[in-house]
Design a protein around this ligand. Structure first.
Ligand SMILES: [Zn+2]
Length: 60
């Protein structure tokens, strides 16, 4: 649960943190964190990246 009155990422442990889709690093309180979302088979999918470099690599 995220307390809406707290800043996001304050109490995120590595286990709860999203992982970079390219390098699989746990993304904890990263200022360069990137998230993209898209629709696939009628579902919203998302991918997290630790920075723009990983996001670009993932796109190919
Ligand atoms: Zn990465």
């Amino acid at each position: 649960m995220v307390d809406p009155t707290s800043d996001l990422g304050e109490d995120v442990s590595e286990e709860d943190a999203p992982r970079c889709a390219t390098c699989d690093a746990a993304i904890v309180d990263s200022p360069h964190h990137r998230v993209i979302t898209w629709i696939e088979d009628g579902e919203v999918r998302s991918a997290h990246f630790c920075d723009d470099g990983c996001r670009t690599d993932w796109n190919g």
